[in-house]
Design a protein around this ligand. Structure first.
Ligand SMILES: [Zn+2]
Length: 283
């Protein structure tokens, strides 16, 4: 192949850039990375291209695929800040059964399949299905309305940089920090207690039943059936305001407490017109 791609497959609504390249590679019978490097010789992987495609690269791709750079960029996550990347999975997390064909034909991968802050399809608003676990129980159904509010807050922050009195994505990270439960549990299974459990009291029991819980501020993508708890937690804290962060500080301890204070004091102080962060102490 030289220059312009002779047969161009139109992207489906919301398709991920790498998925579009993979479909062209299958059409032309070449490996996916070969297809990408044919268009962008400097490309190192499809995953990196999804996240960091530049305007210049988009212009070159648009020329080869007889489309416009905006269409190419819209398929990538080039619009989001690098701090949002930790909320974007490397593999598809979820799918909308309404917008895709049957399981034997998974079809194109959409941007929204990778977004760790979503529980509903942005194209038809129906609930997503978990790709890895299939149908699952819904332990946080009672928080559905708050979870949808949280989803919108996080989506506005991630995709459009819209914030309220704080960054909702930062709230999500803070809520995943560990806490010390009160009263202190006899079994001392401290791994399962998160700050989020103060806002969503059902969380502790659900995590205990799961038997493990790996999400953290560094890896903040929750399994789809538990994700509504985090979204609802963000919506609750956002609605109550900085004084809730002040209350949550009291549920942390030791180094976690110092880190939590470090990351929340400036929000509380700016909301209440107080001076800078306090001196850290281990209590
Ligand atoms: Zn859908």
């Amino acid at each position: 192949m030289n220059g312009r791609i002779p047969v161009v497959l139109p992207p489906v609504a919301g398709e991920l850039f790498s998925s579009w390249i993979v479909r062209h590679a299958a059409f032309y019978g070449v490996p996916s990375l070969t297809m990408l490097c044919h268009c962008l010789p400097e490309a190192v992987s499809l995953h990196v291209a999804d996240r960091t495609l530049s305007r210049d690269q988009a212009n070159r791709l648009a020329e080869m695929f007889s489309t416009d750079a905006k269409t190419v960029l819209r398929m990538t996550f080039a619009n989001v800040q690098s701090s949002v990347h930790r909320f974007i999975s490397k593999e598809p997390l979820q799918r909308c059964s309404n917008c895709k064909s049957g399981p034997s034909d998974p079809g194109p991968i959409l941007r929204s399949d990778m977004q760790g802050w979503r529980i509903t399809c942005p194209h038809c608003c129906r609930p997503f299905q978990d790709i890895a676990q299939g149908d699952h129980s819904h332990p946080f159904d009672q928080y559905h309305a708050a979870a949808l509010r949280g989803e919108k807050l996080l989506d506005d922050d991630a995709e459009r940089g819209i914030q309220t009195w704080t960054r909702p994505l930062e709230l999500a990270r803070l809520l995943l920090m560990r806490r010390v439960p009160c009263p202190f549990p006899r079994n001392a299974e401290l791994w399962r207690y998160r700050v989020l459990g103060v806002a969503i009291p059902d969380l502790d029991d659900v995590i205990a039943k799961e038997g493990s819980f790996s999400p953290s501020p560094k890896h903040p993508i929750l399994p789809l059936h538990i994700r509504p708890a985090l979204l609802a937690g963000v919506a609750i804290v956002e609605r109550v305001g900085p004084e809730m962060l002040q209350m949550l500080q009291a549920h942390t301890f030791g180094h976690n407490r110092n880190r939590f204070i470090e990351e929340t004091d400036h929000l509380i102080n700016s909301a209440f017109g107080l001076p800078g962060p306090r001196q850290m102490q281990l209590i």
